[in-house]
Design a protein around this ligand. Structure first.
Ligand SMILES: C[S@@+](CC[C@H](N)C(=O)[O-])C[C@H]1O[C@@H](n2cnc3c(N)ncnc32)[C@H](O)[C@@H]1O
Length: 259
């Protein structure tokens, strides 16, 4: 059995889950993930640009194009952090609820929201502290659910997917973008060296925190491969599931429908 499969077997009640390469209790994972994002919150946006040489902006634009937010729609952007996806969707007129378990990330997002230029066409933005595994909204509340670079940090991914399904209305759509495993040989080797050596150094230089960025690399490696994660989305009840791979699978956009 692969380590990734073990990871979601934990949803069925085994005692440890992976925090990067370490096995820890579920409570400790949730706490330590919280520490990671509290530590990086203020430098998170700068680090994203530095780490991806700005490429995350293009991935996020592409993701939002796939979601096709419509004016007046209600969209839950789970693990929305500092608001990158939410702002792009609100600019298309959708009303966005940005949910995240970490108040420090949300605070940066709310501050950015105040500095944004709004127009008559801009949709509303609400920031709320929520755990993806247990969402406070009534069933069928949203037209779409998005989660970007968030699900791999969630302790019980199966629970989070079940909640995504529950809060969507029938006909609602689910979109998830996450780092995955590139299948391009050559690029894979370069990417591994970059992840192991350069990323933690950049984390130290820019955010003063190498360990958090080491965790982010490890959490990517532990995350289920594209086909396996697609199966998890299907198992949660979604149909018409699709995966779009970027950079040979280094990043993947998953989608599905609630019928
Ligand atoms: C890498 S950031 C992504 C932020 C944003 N979506 C983006 O793409 O810039 C991951 C986010 O997931 C959040 N997160 C981790 N576990 C969570 C959970 N159980 N429920 C909700 N959010 C969670 C973290 O607090 C963090 O803000």
């Amino acid at each position: 059995m692969s380590e990734n499969i073990n990871d979601h077997a934990n949803d069925a009640g085994s005692e440890t889950v992976s925090f990067g390469y370490e096995n820890v209790s579920p409570e400790e994972k949730t706490r330590r993930v919280g520490e990671v994002f509290t530590s990086v919150a203020k430098k998170y946006d700068i680090m994203n640009d530095a780490m991806s040489i700005g490429m995350h902006r293009g991935w996020k634009d592409r993701f939002v194009k796939r979601v096709k937010p419509q004016p007046g729609e209600s969209i839950l952007d789970m693990a929305g952090g500092t608001g990158d996806i939410a702002f792009r969707m609100a600019d298309r007129g959708a009303n966005i609820t940005v949910a995240d378990i970490n108040q420090d990330m949300l605070d940066v997002g709310a501050e950015r929201a105040m500095e944004r230029a709004e127009s008559a066409e801009t949709g509303s933005l609400v920031f709320t502290c929520q755990n993806a595994e247990e969402v406070s909204f009534a069933s069928g509340s949203f037209d779409a659910y998005t989660i970007v670079f968030g699900i791999r940090n969630v302790t019980y991914k199966v629970k989070a997917l079940a909640e995504a399904y529950r809060v969507l209305r029938p006909g609602g759509r689910f979109y998830c973008m996450e780092f995955s495993t590139t299948e391009w040989s050559g690029f894979k080797e370069v990417y591994d060296v970059y992840s192991d050596l350069l990323l933690p150094r950049m984390g130290q230089m820019i955010a003063g925190d190498a360990d958090s960025y080491r965790y982010l690399v490890e959490s990517i490696r532990k995350f289920p491969k594209m086909a396996e994660f697609e199966n998890m989305i299907r198992a949660a009840g979604f149909t018409n599931t699709k995966v779009e791979s970027i950079l040979g699978g280094a990043v993947a956009i998953h989608s599905g429908w609630k019928i």
